[in-house]
Design a protein around this ligand. Structure first.
Ligand code: FES
Ligand code: FES
Length: 155
C-alpha cells in the first residue's frame, strides 16, 4: 500500500517542525493527535464556536477548518505557547466553567493585545464574536481580556 501522506515543515510555537500528514487531516487533528498538544479544543467542528482557535501567521483561525497541509512554511501558535498569566487572568475574571471555550478565547484575546488599534474601530465584543461560550456569558470574558476597551460600556 502506498503512503499518501505528505511531508510538511512549519513553525509551531516558535520551533521548527517537520512531519508527514494525511492530506485529509485538519490542523486541529494535527495538533491534538499527531503532535500531542491537547490544549486546542474541538467544539462544533464546523467553524462556528471558536474553541479551536489558533494563530496562523499571527491571525486567529479555526483550526477545525484548516487542512493540515496548508500550514506548510507558515507559523502556528497554540494555547501551549501562552504565558500562564494570560490564562490566570481569565480564570480570575470568572470566565471559565467547563473551560471548553477558554483556549480559543485566550488566543483571540492575544491577537487583540497584539493589535490594539482594532479596538479603535470595533468593540471588543464584536471582535470576540467568533468565540462562543455556553457557560459564563461574555462580561467576564471581556473583563478578563485586560486590554484597553475605549467604549466598554457600549461594547
Ligand atoms: S471546533 Fe472549530 S470552530 Fe468550533
Ligand atoms: S466556559 Fe464552558 S463554554 Fe465557555
Amino acid at each position: 500500500m502506498t503512503d499518501s501522506r505528505i511531508e510538511i515543515s512549519f513553525t509551531l510555537n516558535r520551533r521548527p517542525v517537520t512531519l508527514r500528514v494525511d492530506p485529509r487531516s485538519r490542523l486541529l487533528d494535527l495538533l491534538r493527535y499527531d503532535l500531542g498538544l491537547p490544549g486546542t479544543k474541538e467544539g462544533c467542528g464546523e467553524g462556528e464556536c471558536g474553541a479551536c482557535t489558533v494563530h496562523l501567521d499571527g491571525v486567529p483561525v479555526n483550526s477545525c477548518l484548516v487542512p493540515a497541509w496548508q500550514v506548510r512554511d507558515r507559523a502556528v501558535l497554540t494555547i501551549e505557547d501562552t504565558a500562564e498569566a494570560a490564562v490566570e487572568r481569565m480564570l480570575d475574571a470568572g470566565t471559565t466553567q467547563c473551560g471548553a471555550c477558554t483556549p480559543g478565547v485566550v488566543m483571540t484575546a492575544r491577537w487583540l493585545e497584539a493589535n490594539p488599534r482594532l479596538l479603535e474601530r470595533f468593540s471588543a465584543r464584536h471582535l470576540m464574536a467568533g468565540n462562543l461560550c455556553r457557560c459564563t456569558g461574555y462580561d467576564g470574558i471581556i473583563d478578563g481580556i485586560e486590554i484597553p476597551v475605549p467604549d466598554r460600556e457600549e461594547a
